[in-house]
Write a protein that binds this ligand. Structure first.
Ligand code: HEM
Length: 81
């Protein structure tokens, strides 16, 4: 997605707590999921990905491999790597 800002992995890693906002990556996408954490059907497990990539976790929890989950994730997009 053009027009969104570009961030580094280091930028993402600096956003790993609610105070600093919680960012994650998926592919080239950067997402601010702070406001979703409380809504997550899988509870606090979502925090395992804080400041890093969702991919290793979503490989383990295949419930996310679903169009409605990807659509939800895109709503939180703030930029690209
Ligand atoms: C379930 C979204 C990150 C673990 C779900 C569901 C959604 C969701 C929508 C319900 C799926 C359904 O049945 O339709 C997200 C989003 C994430 C995220 C948007 C990141 C932005 C994670 C991470 C983990 C995780 C990082 C594990 C480390 C789980 C588990 C469930 C679940 C275990 C199943 C809960 C249950 O049905 O008992 N997630 N998830 N999620 N998620 Fe996540």
């Amino acid at each position: 997605k053009k027009s969104l800002p570009v961030y580094t992995l280091e930028d993402v890693a600096e956003h790993a707590t609610k105070n600093d906002r919680i960012w994650v990556t998926y592919g080239q996408g950067v997402y601010d999921i702070t406001d979703f954490v409380e809504e997550h059907p899988g509870g606090d497990k979502i925090l395992m990905a804080a400041g890093g990539s969702l991919e290793p976790f979503w490989l383990l929890y295949a419930v996310h491999k679903n169009p409605h989950v990807f659509a939800l994730l895109e709503q939180f997009r703030i930029g690209n790597l």
